[in-house]
Design a protein around this ligand. Sequence first.
Ligand code: CO8
Length: 257
Amino acid sequence: MPYTNILTETRGRVGLITLNRPQALNALNAALLAELNEALAAFDADSAIGAIVIAGSERAFAAGADIKSMANASEAEMRSSPFIASFDNIRSIKKPVIAAVSGFALGGGCELSMACDMIVASESAKFGQPEVTIGVIPGAGGTQRLTHAVGKALAMEMALNNRTLSAAEALQHGLVNRVVPVERFLDEALALASEIAARAPLAVAAAKAAVNAAFELSLTNGLADERERFFQLFSSQDQKEGMAAFVEKRKPDWKGK
Ligand code: CO8
């Protein structure tokens, strides 16, 4: 079924999802999030896809959750709405997800970019958690992932006082992977995704899961988790193929098995 709030396409082994509500600067409403989740799940299940890029437009990655759709909601309605829960589904995606961010990445938009595994930012990218200016706080990771990324001092300023980060500041504070000229932000994100998508799929998924485990587990448990994933890869065909290819001085032919 065609989507109305996003666009999807494939570029080689990369699945590209473009947020497409330009009239609202890609503000995230329930319909958009449902489509995003559906598209993510479809790419995740497709063995022809090795990595996923979520992009916005040059002007806006996403200017937050859709304020107009929340404005009159009661506490009970927000609690029972699938809206925020659906935001969390991105955590279940096993393949790497790269955010291609240009322009506004505010509120839920900033949170969406941080829920991705990497961020490629354009020079015009602007990150912020302005929720306090409309009487709420971030509800989808904006106090948690942001604090892990930039540290307490800056996260406090951003969440309590709408301090925004330029692309250069985001790079300096470790929020994004790289900053590129506006006209190249999508191509750079696709190129990075394409490089990763050409690597051993099971190993890439294990590496993603293991790095993410560092945010959940103690060091002892995280190391045990890493070692377990390392051992498991020795029962994959790709481990045999990758090491044989090294020894035979040829390119590996990954099977994703
Ligand atoms: N929700 C709904 N509509 C929006 C949003 C939004 N977040 N942001 C922009 N729009 C709409 C505007 O209302 C406007 O529509 P219209 O033309 O019909 O009036 C259109 O987009 C263009 O916006 P502006 O005219 O305001 O454009 P400017 O260039 O003047 O300003 C800004 C751009 C600075 C980005 C401004 O639009 C703005 O401040 N937007 C709101 C930013 C914000 O506060 N975001 C946080 C929202 S709350 C949130 O994200 C909570 C997250 C909780 C969990 C998330 C789960 C998904």
